[in-house]
Design a protein around this ligand. Structure first.
Ligand SMILES: [Zn+2]
Length: 269
């Protein structure tokens, strides 16, 4: 039996989450934490994830990573392969994905949307409006963060693109919560699991340290929203069950999904 079916909880409305690391990059603390301090030059590695959430009856991908073609253009990125291809290692094919929650529309979270033939795409309306409206065209400091080809794919997806206004339980036990801050319409995902409420914070907290020391990262759309997001994530998650967007530590704090997947895929819930 594929691994993914082994970990599906039997109770309807319960989920488990696989954090799949598909890339990594070296960096320094000064690139990742707002404000200079005497540790800014210290090495600070970054990890890149997609998260697969599975229940007894649904398979939901949270974010879509970076495509292999785009990865080749990102300096210093060690890319393991298309996140969609890596899902094959746990027994999930592209057509098995029922829905993709896009926490936000940065290029490292939308890269494989065109590789998922059947999925609904769940995006906050405020996020979609920002990137497709007049503001993103003018705010040039954020231009490098989006991939126009991915947005064009979503724009052509017809009824498969679903725009949400604020908080909503989209499937039993899986709810989306708009937080803003990092982007105009950032959302986080809360999942009821056998171990408690897991929150995929994604880039509302790039690293555990952002949330744990109340310190914003360097990439932000709007400052008060960043702090509001920290508060909301703390409120929504049970202790120890927040999954930050880019922290290599996720694979150390949670058990491997299988011995052969140690250091690559963690199982949460
Ligand atoms: Zn990101």
């Amino acid at each position: 039996m594929p691994l993914v079916d082994d970990v599906r909880p039997a109770d309807p409305g319960l989920w488990r989450v696989l954090a799949v690391q598909y890339a990594s990059r070296q960096g320094v603390r000064g690139q990742h934490f707002l404000g200079h301090d005497d540790r800014s030059a210290q090495p600070h590695p970054t990890a890149y994830y997609v998260w697969l959430a599975v229940s007894d009856s649904a398979t939901v991908l949270v974010d879509a990573g970076i495509s292999a073609a785009h990865a080749a253009t990102v300096a210093g990125l060690a890319h393991r392969g298309s996140p969609v291809a890596l899902l094959g290692e746990v027994g999930v094919g592209p057509a098995d994905v029922d829905a993709v929650v896009l926490t936000h529309l940065h290029y490292d979270h939308t890269g494989t949307v065109a590789e998922l033939p059947r999925a609904r795409y769940l995006v906050q309306r405020a996020e979609w409006a920002y990137w497709t409206g007049p503001w993103a065209r003018r705010i040039s400091r954020e231009h490098w963060l989006s991939n126009p080809a991915d947005l064009a794919h979503l724009a052509g997806a017809g009824h498969r693109l679903e725009l949400l206004d604020g908080d909503r339980e989209v499937l039993p036990g899986l709810s989306l919560h708009r937080v803003g801050g990092h982007t105009a319409g950032m959302q986080v995902v809360r999942l009821r699991t056998p171990a408690g409420a897991v929150v995929v914070a994604s880039d509302s907290s790039h690293f555990y340290e952002n949330l744990e020391t109340d310190r914003p990262g360097t990439l932000l759309h709007e400052m008060t929203g960043v702090y509001g997001a920290f508060d909301r994530v703390r409120e929504l998650a049970d202790p120890g069950l927040v999954l930050p967007g880019h922290d290599p530590e996720v694979l150390r704090r949670h058990r491997p999904a299988a011995p052969s997947l140690a250091g690559r895929v963690a199982l949460i819930g």
